[in-house]
Design a protein around this ligand. Structure first.
Ligand code: ADP
Ligand code: MG
Length: 862
């Protein structure tokens, strides 16, 4: 093997310790990457790949990014789930003997980023650790930017862990290297989180006190795994880390990952955007902290009615006094992100502007207290009492940090005059010196009579007197010493000027140094207040989320729900998101009623009539109620649900590649095995992903099972008209349908929910809407009539034993008035053949439309 240069040997040695990260190796003003790192980074970052030692037989692939713009490149890699190890020169190259010593000073990973520009301010950024015990798993997650730690035990198997990980904004999971391969693979492939390893689960570090509230050995192990990893990668102060809050999962409404996704709680299903999600509608918070808390609440709705009522009371109070609420909102807007500011104080990466923001935010706290006291609601008055801030910290910041400081903390101008005597002396010296120079300029102008004479400064020559060439003849010989010649001017100095310069520069250098020291001292003193800042952040967020609920409730006409043990009744319920994207008033509200005698609603109705919308609006209303928000309807008496399950049939599940029947059945199974009589199940056209009879048989069996064994409240929409007969045999099932009307041969959707089954499915009308030629439609009608006849016969033979006999397949209605036969050209025969082969039940309405359009085009050619 060719021998490497000492520097490359150093590189290889360090790289060997950071195999799973891009190693950013500092060389002068650049971070360089080598070998495979370089090849991959060049591709991911779209930068040029070059070679080192290109003259040699085996040049080394290399690429680099400038040190000052590295952040942007690091962000790209982190966003893609990679890790970046920052390797710096840790001794001065000027004094180093041999190769400059280098060390990895920080490992930046998706779960540990702290830099402002890499974080979404409205979202937490979690790193989790997962530990496996005999019959349980423990998950700890930590947001390094806020110092928040949560810990939860999962006693019901791996599946629930996956659901939890999916539902939280977790970017990275730290596991034991012993975690079974199969599970590791699932984490990587299904959840697309970055995996990291830490096997050391004893924790004796500096932050031992963080574990004091954990008495269960499993929790200690799990938390230690995470803390060890964080310490190992971050190598800096973690003073803002809080003790882990133990999350009792049984105290929260559990939403499986399918529900969170299908209900579009925090992002939309396909585009993964906030716009169009429930969060988008509900988020009327005005602080980043509030936005994060709201998202957390949506991910974990409550189960305890007392807690819900507590929130609702506050919302009610804010709702009633809208003028005071408006002022409160305005005031909250000037509170910066206290939580993340506290994190950066601990981490040591705050600047003077951050502390300025901190000061302004803290100064708002007493104002907020006064505002809250103006609300009549008792609960709000109590909240007001929490808005207390230690005067020392505000006084300290007020006295010390300059009003408009620069970004850098190493160039001075960050500390106020009068804060430190020594600093004032230096500043006086420098100011006096400058004053003296200004006076000198005036004096010299007068004495030499050169109006354009001026005194300037540059870094290389210091202070100088400048005289233009045109005026040089006015200058008495020997008055100044010549220093520098420019094209149009000469620059001079005098011994006195140099002397003053010396004093000024010395004073400035010393004062900049002192300012930096003072700043670090101030920062360290603020560190002691981190718990207080974190508590205040929590109070501000809480008020912010609830004023947001009041604001959205007023804007969108929501009402305060009540909770009942048995009977759910939502009068004139609306879909909170769809009503927002439709024209005002065009959303059609509908009642929803469920109780123990009526716990399954079987919903039929034509495609596009509003079945899915109706089901979802129930789930969304339930969730809104259980996070303590008002709900979209005229009045609501809700039940407290322990879990929500949803399954959307294959035909509606637009996420490519996931619409297999198997997935559908897995999800149905997940619901059926976990639901209780206090759960809510939404099955939207389940059984669509397979052939008609299979699907129908399974759908029926599922309904019967829920009805007889689980008693969960269930909304089941179906295009299998035959299932509506179940009402005769299942006493707690009711048929409802979405009304549509035929108007001049076209279907008109009324979006109104009515009792009883739908009478027909209007499939043929959708075809008419597509403007197919009459001949084709009537031919299609005939073919389908034949098909139905045939299927009818098969069906009688195959499933007579299990399904009650029904008139016909529901999707198409025979239209016997159309008698005209199509011509029998060859092309038409092909069209008909293709039409016959269409799997209508396996298609989305849009696909069906496209397919019809294509067939029509073909048919018109005949
Ligand atoms: P289905 O599930 O029956 O095929 P959807 O629930 O997907 O129908 O609704 C189709 C479209 O109809 C929705 O995207 C919406 O635009 C509209 N819609 C549904 N329900 C209503 C309603 N209650 N009021 C007004 N428009 C509605
Ligand atoms: Mg639907």
């Amino acid at each position: 093997m060719a021998k490497h240069t000492p520097m490359m040997e150093q590189y290889l040695r360090i790289k060997a310790e950071h195999k799973d990260a891009f190693l950013f190796f500092r060389l002068g003003d650049f971070y360089e990457l080598f070998y495979d790192d370089a090849i991959q980074a060049a591709r991911e970052l779209e930068i040029t790949l070059t070679k080192r030692d290109s003259g040699k037989a085996k040049p080394i692939p290399m690429c680099g990014v400038p040190y000052h713009s590295a952040d942007n490149y690091i962000k790209i890699l982190i966003d893609k789930g990679y890790k970046v190890a920052i390797c710096e020169q840790v001794e001065d190259p000027k004094t180093a003997k041999g190769v400059v010593k280098r060390e990895v000073i920080q490992l930046i990973t998706p779960g540990t980023v702290m830099e402002k520009n890499m974080l979404n301010e409205k979202e937490n950024n979690y790193i989790a650790s997962l530990s496996h015990f005999d019959s349980s798993y423990v998950l700890v997650y930590s947001d390094l930017s806020t110092g928040e730690n949560q810990i939860a035990v999962f006693e019901h198997g791996w599946d629930s862990v996956i659901h939890e990980l999916y539902n939280q904004p977790i970017k990275e999971v730290v596991v034991s290297s012993q975690l079974p391969e199969e599970l590791q693979k699932q984490l990587k492939m299904r959840l697309q989180v970055t995996l990291s390893y830490q096997d050391e689960v004893n924790f004796n570090g500096e932050y031992r006190h963080l574990c004091e509230n954990l008495h269960d050995e499993r929790l200690l192990t799990a938390f230690s795994r995470l803390l060890n990893y964080i310490q190992h990668t971050q190598k800096r102060s973690l003073d803002h880390m809080q003790q882990a809050k133990i999350i009792e999962l049984k105290n929260y409404l559990s939403l499986d990952m399918f529900s969170k996704r299908n209900l579009e709680l925090t992002e939309t299903l396909i585009k993964k955007e906030r716009y169009g999600s429930l969060l988008w509608v509900l988020d009327k918070t005005v602080t980043a902290m509030g936005a994060r808390m709201l998202k957390k609440w949506l991910e974990r709705p409550l189960l305890n009615p007392t807690q819900m009522e507590e929130r609702l009371e506050v919302v009610d109070g804010f709702y009633r006094q809208f003028m005071e609420r408006d002022v409160l909102r305005e005031t909250l807007k000037s509170v910066y992100d206290l939580e993340r500011l506290a994190g950066r104080v601990a981490f040591g990466n705050v600047n003077a502007r951050d502390l300025q923001q901190l000061k302004k935010s803290l100064q708002k706290i007493p104002e907020i207290r006064v505002l809250l006291q103006q609300f009549a609601q008792k609960e709000i008055q109590q909240l007001a009492d929490q808005f207390q801030v230690s005067p020392e910290i505000v006084d300290l910041l007020e006295a010390s940090i300059a009003d408009d400081p620069p970004l850098s903390i190493k160039e001075g101008d960050i500390i106020k005059d009068g804060y430190n005597e020594q600093l004032d002396t230096y500043r006086d010296a420098s100011r006096n010196g400058k004053q003296w120079i200004a006076e000198l300029e005036q004096k010299e102008k007068q004495e030499t009579n050169i109006k354009s004479l001026k005194i300037g400064y540059n870094r290389v020559f210091g202070y100088y007197i400048e005289v233009t060439k045109a005026n040089l003849h006015l200058l008495p010989e020997g008055r100044y010493e010549r220093k520098q010649t420019l094209t149009n001017a000469e620059r001079f100095v005098t011994p006195e000027l140099k002397e003053k310069e010396q004093l000024i520069l010395e004073a400035e250098e010393k004062s900049v140094e002192l300012e930096y020291q003072l700043f670090i001292e101030i920062r360290d003193r603020i560190k002691e207040y981190i718990p207080e800042l974190q508590r205040l952040a929590e109070e501000v967020s809480y008020v912010d989320v609830l004023q947001g609920f009041a604001t959205v409730s007023e804007a969108n006409n929501y009402v305060r729900p009540t909770f009942d043990e048995e009977h759910l009744f939502i009068k004139q319920s609306r879909h909170p998101v769809i009503e927002q994207v439709m024209d005002d008033g065009s959303f059609v509200p509908n009642d929803i009623e469920l109780d123990h005698n009526k716990h399954i609603l079987l919903i039929t109705g034509p495609n596009m009539s509003g079945k899915s919308t109706y089901m979802r609006q129930l789930a969304l209303t339930v969730i809104m109620g259980q996070i303590g928000c008002f709900v979209p309807c005229e009045s609501a008496q809700l039940l407290v649900f322990d879990q929500i399950f949803t399954r959307i049939g294959a035909a509606d599940d637009l996420v490519a590649g996931q619409s297999t029947f198997m997935v559908e059945m897995l999800e149905a199974n997940h619901a059926i095995t976990n639901a209780t009589d206090r759960s809510l199940i939404l099955f939207d056209e389940i059984g669509r992903g397979t052939s008609t009879y299979d699907g129908m048989a399974l759908a029926q069996a599922i309904i019967e099972y829920i009805h007889n064994h689980i008693h969960a409240k269930t909304l089941f929409s179906t295009h299998y008209h035959e299932l509506t007969d179940l009402e005769k045999t299942l006493p707690n099932l009711r048929n409802i349908h979405v009304r549509a009307e035929e108007h001049e041969g076209n279907v008109v959707f009324l979006h109104q929910i009515k009792e009883g089954p739908a009478d027909q499915s209007y499939g043929i009308h959708v075809a008419k809407l597509a403007d197919l030629p009459q001949t084709l439609i009537s031919r299609a009608g005939k073919i389908l009539a034949e098909l139905e006849g045939k299927e009818q016969k098969n069906k009688q033979q195959e499933v007579a034993a299990t399904t009650e006999q029904t008139a016909q397949l529901s999707f198409f209605v025979e239209d016997s008035k159309e008698k005209k036969e199509p011509s029998t050209s060859k092309l038409e025969a092909i069209v008909v053949k293709e039409l016959k082969e269409l799997d209508l039940f396996g298609m989305t309405p849009i696909d069906a439309m496209n397919e019809l359009y294509r067939l029509q085009k073909k048919a018109r050619k005949s």
